[in-house]
Design a protein around this ligand. Structure first.
Ligand code: GLC
Length: 530
């Protein structure tokens, strides 16, 4: 049983539910995931075999009064000892809670500069370092300091942490990065940004800006857009006689199988045709939605609120993906999140990878074995065209912030044109302003950004977060479980789709109905591949 100073510290942060309960719940989740994670590839990026996200290993900048720090360190050690295997999540969550607690203790005087706290996705060291540079520049311009908090790697765990922190009503973090699918879930905790950013919003991709709006309230302002893409090895395509990347999922299967067989015959025993993200996490919703929407299998719940997921096209698309597992994709792909697939891909062990645009940076980094031997294309399509899931992040201001004025300034800075340009150059994060896609300084380091601006206008499918509102997490969890059970062979696709349909009716109260004729913005296959 944990006692002493850490318990007192943590208990003070949330009176309704102890953060320790929260951490314990995350630990339970983690234990469930461990069996699958053991099959994962190790590599330089993200959570790896050490069971501790790499991104956290580099974070040492929480400089606090020594006495408190020592007490807390002891407490954390006690906690970790009790939960061996699980320290990777305990560490970060404790750091966040501790940081917030100390923020409260420090009681800023009128003469001290304001220090804001910012919590957002933090994908790796390169990203963290770059964001720190942006924040230092903000401090130079405004005198306002910003403390960047760490966050877990998994999208589901991030949402759990965000909800827990916002639920405490604490004054920090002041600014939150939020995933494009969270506005309906977290709406009540944030201020309406419309009155402060009307001009900036009018310059953004309208579809993307709309995704952060709930009942006309601007819950967040997008600062980076995201979309699923196909990465492919140009050297291997050439070697096996292919002039272009696959335009359909059928073509991808054939090409992946052939290249894999050829590479294996040369002795590359670890080589796989296609890597993607099959872990039971939010990213599986993104991948599977792309497969089914491209076949005309709809978007799980349609914009008219019809639950459409139990249909033959979706079933066929899931079934096809299940056949990939162990044939053109590694058996462990059912445990892969983004970093796992990137590790296989950057090691040169895959012909194709589905990923987000920012995977370009690590693929093209100095020393990458595949540098200059890969390219990026739109995802293959099916009967209904080519479809990519819209992802991305926006910035929201907590309604509990003690510094709303400064918090708004930080948002204004992080979405600013020049800051987005620099971010796209260094991190390949797609800007949210259409006009930037014509700039040579953006296109030169990101030669395929022309594809993205097309996709943001015409080729994306949104997850059903706007129609599901607060219930989106339950909807997505149910979908993830259903698709995952098909991928692992635990259920047949028709069985999983029927059970999911019932579950979604129960969760939302909506009626069932057919998928809408075409995915909202699908791009037809007849268009030549780029
Ligand atoms: C990326 C996307 C986000 C998505 C997440 C899933 O961060 O931008 O929208 O939910 O991946 O892991």
């Amino acid at each position: 049983m944990l006692g002493g100073p850490l318990h007192d510290l943590l208990a003070g942060v949330n009176s309704e539910r102890s953060p320790l309960d929260f951490i314990a719940a995350l630990v339970r989740d983690r234990r469930d995931a461990i069996a699958v994670e053991k099959q994962k590839p190790s590599g330089p990026y993200g959570a790896d075999a050490g069971g501790y996200p790499r991104s956290f290993r580099h974070r040492t900048s929480f400089e606090k009064p020594m006495k408190v720090q020592r007490a807390v360190a002891q407490g954390i050690r006690g906690l970790s000892a009790g939960w061996s295997n699980s320290c990777w999540i305990i560490g970060p969550v404790c750091i966040v809670l501790l940081s917030l607690f100390l923020e409260g203790c420090s009681g800023s005087s009128v003469h001290e500069p304001v220090t804001l706290t910012l919590l957002e996705e933090w994908s790796n060291k390169r990203f963290g370092d770059e964001r720190q540079q942006e924040l230092q520049q903000f401090t130079r311009e405004t005198g306002i300091r910003v403390r960047l908090l760490p966050s877990p790697d998994s999208a589901r765990q991030r949402l759990a942490l965000w909800k827990e922190l916002l639920g405490t009503g604490a004054s920090g973090p002041d600014v939150y990065g939020i995933d494009v699918i969270w506005p309906g879930i977290l709406n009540k905790y944030f201020i309406d940004l419309e009155p402060y950013f009307a001009n900036e919003i009018s310059l953004q991709f309208p579809e993307i800006a709309a995704s952060y709006t709930v009942d006309k309230k601007r819950v967040a302002i997008p600062y980076r857009a995201d979309v699923g893409l196909l990465f492919y090895r140009t050297d291997l395509l050439r070697e096996y006689g292919y002039r272009e990347p696959p335009r359909t999922w059928d073509e991808l299967e054939t090409m992946a199988a052939r290249i894999q067989a050829g590479e294996r015959a040369k002795g590359e025993k670890q080589f796989w045709g296609f890597v993607w993200q099959g872990a039971a996490d939010e990213v599986l919703t993104c991948d599977a939605l792309e497969w089914q929407a491209a076949e005309g299998g709809g978007r799980i719940i349609e914009e008219n609120h019809a639950i459409s997921v139990n249909n033959p096209q979706a079933i066929r698309a899931w079934r096809r993906a299940a056949h990939w597992v162990g044939s053109i994709s590694p058996p462990g792909v059912v445990g892969y999140r983004e970093w796992d697939s990137l590790n296989v891909w950057v090691a040169g062990d895959a012909a194709f990878m589905r990923h987000w645009p920012s995977a370009f940076v690590d693929s093209q980094a100095a020393g990458s074995p595949i540098r200059n031997n890969f390219d990026v294309a739109m995802l293959p399509g099916g009967k209904a065209g080519r479809v990519e899931t819209l992802g991305g992040w926006g910035l929201a201001v907590s309604r509990f912030s003690g510094h709303p004025h400064e918090a708004l300034e930080l948002v204004r800075y992080l979405i600013r044109r020049d800051v987005q340009v620099k971010r796209s150059q260094v991190l390949s994060q797609p800007p949210t302003l259409p006009e930037l896609y014509n700039l040579p300084e953006v296109l030169e380091p990101n030669p395929r950004f022309d594809l993205l601006s097309r996709a943001f206008r015409t080729g994306t499918v949104s997850r059903p977060s706007n129609v599901s509102g607060e219930k989106y997490q339950d909807v997505s969890d149910a979908y993830i479980q259903a698709v995952h059970s098909v991928l692992t062979g635990d259920k047949s696709a028709p069985e999983a789709a029927a059970a999911l349909e019932n579950e979604l009716v129960r969760i939302t109260g909506f009626k069932t109905g057919p998928p809408s004729g075409k995915s909202a913005h699908s791009e037809q296959i007849s268009e030549p591949a780029r």
